[in-house]
Design a protein around this ligand. Sequence first.
Ligand SMILES: [Zn+2]
Length: 372
Amino acid sequence: MRYWFLCALLCCSTMTLAGNKVVLVSLDGVRWQEVFGGSDPQLIVSPAYVKQPQLIHTYSPGHAEQLMPFLHQTVAKHGVLAGDRNKNSSVSVTNPAQVSYPGYQELLAGFADPKLLSNADIPNPNPTVLEWLATEQARQVAVFGSWQLLPQILNTARSGLLVNAGFMPLQQLHTERVQYLNELQQKTPASFATVRPDIFTQEFALEYLRQKQPDVLYIALGEADDFAHQQQYDRYLQAIHHHDAFLAELWRTLQNLPAYRNQTTLLISTDHGRGLAEQWHRHGQTAALPGYPAPEGVPGSEQIWYAALGPGVPAAGLVQGEFQQGQLAATLAASLGLDYRAAQPKAAAALEFNSQFQLASDTAPAADHQGP
Ligand SMILES: [Zn+2]
């Protein structure tokens, strides 16, 4: 893990995000503990959580680079990571629910909505930065996700965004490969009722990227969270490793396409954290709502992380400080040179990838940490 070297910062001078394409990838419910610490030494030897140890024997505890080589080689070397609470770097969700829908809403709209506290299948009343980019800034936006609630979170009925999610076939692109993927998806047994195998999300997204070259691409992977809920630590780790391999393939693909090479920012994050130690498989509400007593929840669920790589992102490695989930929305817009907060004042400030790598001065520090 690289640290934040003063000399690196001095050499950086002032940086502004300077791409014209951006790709956001979210890895549902992937904990910072595994992202920065690799496999957990207690969990990986637990017969309750690991039924197939041969699946994960290459992910040694404490060796995050074995679990996520792309993140710890390429991103840590050429970009920015945040959220390792053992090294004074924290990223928090501010929504009290700490489940997926409110998390994606906060990530994509830039603020927590106190009325959205569950995974209820309802259209999001809030426009997201993706909707703003498509409708107000005339950017081509495409979204591929594994969870079937994504069209509601992005309110496709209102936003008109192209969102291919859940078990939907891809109907907006006609290639032989898409036709084959559509058939294969239909024939593949589902492991989870509302989440398709991530491989289809990934392959649809890569094919769309190559063929249509959108300005903004959001890819929401989902399997790790579901394996965690099923208390399968082996499958959870394996899913994380596959997520990382996909990120590497995605980055390679971007650098091989002239429209994207050296002008694309890659942002990576998650919707929520998970519990600590034996509570690793759960997540949910730990903060009190105004007027209600503090609920019983799963401490740790507010703890997330993120990563950034691209032309305007300094090669700072792990950055110290306190950050918030909602900052990614304005950061995504800023990576295209656009000010999302001018349109949505409720959104948290963009990460400032400048020589100080500090939060903008008007951003409140993250509230209430449940430290590990
Ligand atoms: Zn979950």
